[in-house]
Design a protein around this ligand. Structure first.
Ligand SMILES: Cc1cc2nc3c(=O)[nH]c(=O)nc-3n(C[C@H](O)[C@H](O)[C@H](O)COP(=O)(O)OP(=O)(O)OC[C@H]3O[C@@H](n4cnc5c(N)ncnc54)[C@H](O)[C@@H]3O)c2cc1C
Length: 406
């Protein structure tokens, strides 16, 4: 045996799982097709959000915030985290009701979230000019990591200090199965024997699972953001803002403003249908989508529309039919595990998800009930249903409860 655990993919989810397995004393090899963090994780907005749609995701999100804030203490490597807090803002009566529902629900799960007055909104958020009838929640626990690549570097360094091998430019091209259980991986260069293989291949997670004959319920969907040029309209100490009726998020970045959002008609893109060499660099970006979203907040956030764009980037979310992570042992194939179904929160939940998965892998049982995230929970689902349900979850990122209960 060459390693106790092989992790496929050095994004946030793979590196966190590797790190937590190494902390539990396991020998780990991470095999990465390109470079660590080069795909979705290095392009994320870096936002952490304590208010989530269910109790398990809330617990994972808050645990991740706590672990990010104390990263140097337990991982032994510094990590800069902006303790900014965030506002959730609603400008329609319908979305106000939705936020009232989230306020009550999240508080019952222990989240520190409070109703904010219009004065607080105006005073604390310099880039946002409230119309006066905005309804806002203040979420003091929320944080962000300014440059997501710093998180990847910190995780990689922490892994390597614990002896984890992070092998870059080494695509996995096969998963070996012996006597009905996983026995290791084949890369373009070598065979690595291991009783545990974790598929954390992000947008490529389905095709990697297929190497072992397994099927996973995720649909890759494009997501984009932009960063404006520096502007005096943004105070670098400003909090995050999420305008839920416009499905737009904002935060300070590089002296300007980061703006991202969730369009109602998102673009599914399955790397399995693309040439084998497809990477995130080949993803077609469309600034028009972001322009349409920023137009919806033009009155409140003039900097979003009047400041030139300094950077426009995007990548693939892995959406699941119910908006929840797809994490745990793959059914009917002992030794194969998955860390995926990010649904747009894989960066921020990676520390808690990796911890939970590593604990399950190394002790043989989950430390908390993870049934709701089970990769097998949808049974057999045709691809068109998988994609259409994933697109629905994407389009209703901030208000899925509202849509379901309306
Ligand atoms: C623009 C944008 C903004 C986002 N903002 C946020 C945010 O604010 N907060 C948040 O929580 N999430 C955010 N996300 C989502 C977040 O980026 C993802 O949930 C997270 O990065 C997923 O991590 P991952 O490890 O699954 O995937 P990835 O980072 O894509 O890593 C998967 C890795 O697997 C590798 N791989 C693939 N196939 C193989 C193979 N055959 N062999 C070896 N390696 C392979 C890939 O090269 C890749 O490096 C955002 C995403 C985008 C695109």
């Amino acid at each position: 045996m060459d390693a106790d655990v092989v992790v496929i993919g050095a994004g946030a989810l793979g590196l966190s799982t590797a790190l937590h397995c190494a902390l539990a004393g396991r020998s780990v090899v991470v095999v990465e097709r390109h470079t660590a963090g080069s795909q979705a994780s290095g392009r994320a907005a870096g936002l952490f959000k304590s208010v989530q749609a269910d109790e398990l995701r809330t617990r994972l999100a808050r645990r991740s915030i706590a672990k990010a804030m104390t990263f140097a203490d337990w991982a032994g490597t510094p990590l800069a985290v902006a303790s900014s807090g965030s506002f959730l803002i609603a400008r329609t009566p319908r979305h106000r009701r939705y936020l009232e529902h989230e306020l009550a629900q999240s508080r019952s799960w222990g989240v520190d979230v409070r109703q904010a007055t219009p004065v607080q909104l105006a005073e604390l958020l310099s880039y946002y000019q409230p119309a006066g009838d905005d309804f806002a929640l203040w979420c003091p626990e929320d944080v962000y990591i300014d440059e997501p690549v710093t998180f990847i570097r910190a995780c990689t360094t922490a892994c390597q200090r614990l002896g984890v091998v992070v092998a870059e430019h080494e695509p996995v091209i096969g998963i070996s199965v012996k006597a009905g259980r996983v026995a290791g991986v084949e890369t373009e260069r070598r065979s690595i024997a291991a009783p545990v293989v974790v598929d954390a291949a992000g947008g490529w997670v389905r095709q990697v699972a297929e190497l072992a004959g397994a099927s996973l319920p995720v649909a890759p969907v494009r997501h984009q953001l932009l960063i404006t040029a520096p502007t005096a309209q943004v105070d670098p100490g400003d909090p995050i803002a999420r305008v839920v009726d416009a499905a737009v998020y904002l935060r300070p970045a590089r002296g300007g403003l980061m703006v991202g959002g969730f369009e109602p008609e998102p673009l599914p893109l399955d790397p399995r249908d693309q040439p084998a060499a497809f990477t995130t660099d080949d993803l077609p970006l469309d600034l028009g989508v972001l322009r349409h979203l920023t137009d919806q907040v033009a009155a409140e956030v003039p900097a979003a529309v009047t400041t030139p764009v300094a950077e426009h980037r995007g990548g693939l979310f892995t959406m699941s039919p119910d908006g929840r992570f797809v994490t745990g042992p793959v059914p009917d194939l002992p030794g194969l595990w998955v860390a995926s179904g990010c649904n747009g929160s894989g960066f921020s939940s990676s520390l808690a998800l990796g911890e939970a998965l590593a604990s399950w892998i190394t002790t043989g049982s989950p430390a908390q009930d993870m049934t709701a995230l089970s990769p097998g929970r949808f049974g057999v689902l045709p691809d068109d249903a998988l994609v259409s349900r994933g697109l629905w979850q994407y389009a209703h990122y901030y208000d899925s409860v509202l849509q379901v209960t309306a």
